[in-house]
Design a binder for this molecule. Structure first.
Ligand SMILES: *[C@@H]1O[C@H](CO)[C@@H](O)[C@H](O)[C@H]1NC(C)=O
Ligand SMILES: *[C@@H]1O[C@H](CO)[C@@H](O)[C@H](O)[C@H]1NC(C)=O
Ligand SMILES: *[C@@H]1O[C@H](CO)[C@@H](O)[C@H](O)[C@H]1NC(C)=O
Ligand SMILES: *[C@@H]1O[C@H](CO)[C@@H](O)[C@H](O)[C@H]1NC(C)=O
Ligand SMILES: *[C@@H]1O[C@H](CO)[C@@H](O)[C@H](O)[C@H]1NC(C)=O
Ligand SMILES: [Cu+2]
Length: 234
């Protein structure tokens, strides 16, 4: 029987299950425990996105109070990543940023509220007559190589998926994100750049954030945020 309440329940169940979180850090060839090395996010239960590009939650989206989070020791040049609670259903790019803790401080204490963030990874879509084709669709795990030139030290590693299914309206893009805590060893002497502040890095009107995926059919996509870390060497 289709009642209004039943439909509403179905709709909200669908909405919640279509959303996603990034609770599991992948490091040293191991998928680690739920929020063991990833700061628990405020959408732990709701799975809801950040939608205001100027919201402090855009940085790491931590729950308050934040449970103790461990820091994983990894080698520069190694593969790290995140596993999701559920596969990505929404169209949009995956990006990864890092911020280093000042010497003598820890990833656990790092807020990284200044111009501290550099991009280490992004997934550019391809385009065909059906529109933009996203590598992330249907995936529940993303891995990337840490630059081998990264200086030793503590870092936050921030993954982000920008869901663009409603992005034709300003404020309609949905930001799903989380930050893991890393200690990088065996590093190099690179100087990561360009660096940006998060929030601050995006405008609600950026062409990769305010975009109609359906009409007219887009033929290209401008990745939000800065260029990749320019000294990036794998
Ligand atoms: C892999 O992660 C699990 C879950 O945190 C942990 O129990 C296990 O010890 C880890 N294995 C290795 C080889 O680090
Ligand atoms: C980081 O932010 C949290 C929450 O806003 C705050 O309690 C903490 O004091 C901040 N830490 C630093 C080092 O600024
Ligand atoms: C950024 O780096 C990733 C590899 O991490 C690469 O796939 C992507 O094409 C790069 N983007 C640009 C614009 O250079
Ligand atoms: C575009 O690419 C997607 C993914 O490969 C495919 O499913 C779709 O049929 C393609 N559309 C056209 C018109 O080729
Ligand atoms: C990129 O997309 C925009 C907006 O759809 C369009 O105006 C422009 O011609 C496209 N550029 C290329 C090189 O296809
Ligand atoms: Cu959703």
């Amino acid at each position: 029987m289709k009642t209004a309440a039943g439909l509403l329940l179905l709709a909200s169940a669908y909405t919640a299950s279509a959303h996603y979180t990034f609770p599991y850090l992948i490091a040293n060839d191991n998928t680690t425990g739920e929020y063991q090395y990833v700061r628990m996010t405020a959408n732990h239960y709701s799975n809801g996105p950040v939608t205001d590009v100027n919201d402090e939650a855009l940085r790491c989206y931590e729950i308050d109070p934040l449970p103790t989070t461990s820091t994983s020791t990894v080698k520069a040049g190694s593969t790290v990543g995140f596993k999701l609670d559920t596969a990505i259903g929404h169209p949009g790019p995956i990006l990864a940023y890092m911020a280093q803790a000042p010497s003598g401080t820890t990833a656990a204490a790092l807020n990284a509220s200044g111009e501290d963030w550099f991009k280490i990874y992004e997934q550019q879509p391809t385009a065909n007559a059906s529109g933009l084709q996203w590598q992330s669709t249907g995936k529940d795990q993303f891995e990337f190589t840490l630059p081998s030139t990264l200086p030793n030290g503590d870092y936050l590693l921030r993954i982000e998926h920008i869901a663009l299914h409603g992005a034709e309206t300003q404020g309609g893009a949905q930001f799903y994100l989380a930050c893991g805590q890393l200690t990088v060893t065996n590093g190099g002497n690179g100087t990561p750049s360009p660096k940006v502040a998060i929030p601050g890095v995006y405008k609600a009107t950026d062409p990769g954030i305010l975009i109609n995926l359906y009409y007219p059919t887009p033929t290209n996509y401008t990745m939000p945020g800065p260029a990749n870390y320019t000294a990036l060497k794998y």
